[in-house]
Design a protein around this ligand. Sequence first.
Ligand code: HEM
Length: 508
Amino acid sequence: MSSLYSLLAASVLVGTALALLLRRRRHLPYPPGPKGWPIIGNMLDVPTSYPELAYREMSRTYGPVVYMRVLGQSMVILNSAKAACDLLEARSATYSDRMSSVMASMMGLDPWNTVLMRYGPTWRKHRKVIHQYFNVDAIRAYQPLQLRKARELLRRVHEDPSDFLRISHFAVGSNIMELCYGRAVDDIDDPYLAIARKSAAAAEGLVSGAFIVEFLPFLRHIPTWFPGAGFKRQAARGKEDFDALLYVPFNDVKATRDKGHAAPSILNEMLDKCSDVKGASGIDEDVARALSAVMYGAGADTTYATTQTFFLAMVLYPDVQRKAQAQLDLVVGSGRLPEYSDRESLPYINAIVRECTRWMPVLPLGVPHACIADDEYNGYFIPKGSVVILNQWAILHNPDDYPEPEVFDPDRFIKNGELNPDKRDADTAAFGFGRRMCAGRHFSDATLFIMMASILHVFDIRPIHDEHGTPILPEARATSGFFSYPFPFRCDIKPRSASSEELISDLH
Ligand code: HEM
């Protein structure tokens, strides 16, 4: 054990000496941040619960760009939209890398997971293919599927309103699963949906700074029974879950293809392209397997978390709900359900989608970027290899951009009855910045729009009441973690009127 500590001390000292040398060469200070301790640096300052709040507090003391150093690893936390745009967008060639994560490597994610992949040719190839399937124009082809899923959700919620959360998870998950793998499922407990859920939970093991092994990579070689080796067991479970995501649905599609009757899907199309003349499409079987898993894994639970936020906001803000329903009544009318063609005429529903992604961002600290070269910003030195954490929550809760940020108010996105084009909308921050910005944002936006419009058109969402008739209001609080979403809550969902009841009955 003592030799382990000597090795640790030696490596940290060498790292610190090198960093000091570099800094002197640049004659610039690091950005401001809490003063650290010898050797461990700011290890004790790294917040473990609701880090987005703690980093916002730090930014009040040190400014929007906060610097910390943990066991020789530089961390830069960006707490303002301006700093995020200046660095992640304007200097995206420098800030589009990801740090190599020991936990990710132990979970076997290095070679295939686009989200965590280092910046370079493989990542570029992945993004190019994803873009083909998820750009603003391409996603229009998926509207019939999304509409069908939204209406199926209405039917299921009508049958069992108390199960609205599980039903929403099913609607969002089965939507992207059918799109990626062509697997149409009817069972709300379909095992494929559990695969996406488990891999999303395993991603919690990738939270920046949560595991000491990220700072001391040699610890990955300690035996599993060793005290403090919990990360090894967590990584082993994560590997199982991510392997299931990568191989199980893919192998099923391959098997049905071999029998000659695979359903249409993005994977099926990609596999067709594998046999193109000498790789003209850039897709081979490894890319096809990886990308379908990435799109499914990255798209299911993120979008579901936003639907949870939507239900919560509707319970807590009845005036918002009534206003949305008034617009739906005017534009769509009581004789039919909303369509995508109504979207332009429903600015308030579009504003609700944005406000949901702003109010409770699913990834409060985004996915950390990394910087591939020494840089200088506002007179401060940012060393090569720094982890750059984007405090999306702080950006979306900045009272200068969003007055009274804790209040759910879609009107902040409306000007003269239209979506305000000048307003910094939630798209820019809840989905990240620069070249690594979310590749599925247009698709999730379209999914959320049609689900929210359809639900509000036919249902009233109200709080449940106790035995004295007093409403039980859920708390407007999200969980803490890499993924953040409302704590489970109950609500009362009923058809708005006889005509709504009829519209839903027609779906049976
Ligand atoms: C409400 C839903 C969603 C939210 C809030 C969300 C958010 C994010 C964020 C914050 C990032 C990191 C951006 C950065 O590094 O700056 C990201 C990356 C990514 N997202 Fe999403 N996402 C959502 C839905 C989706 C969907 C539906 C898909 C796929 C169909 C998807 C695919 C991806 C991919 C592939 C990346 C990795 C991009 C890269 O590293 O180059 N996401 N997402």
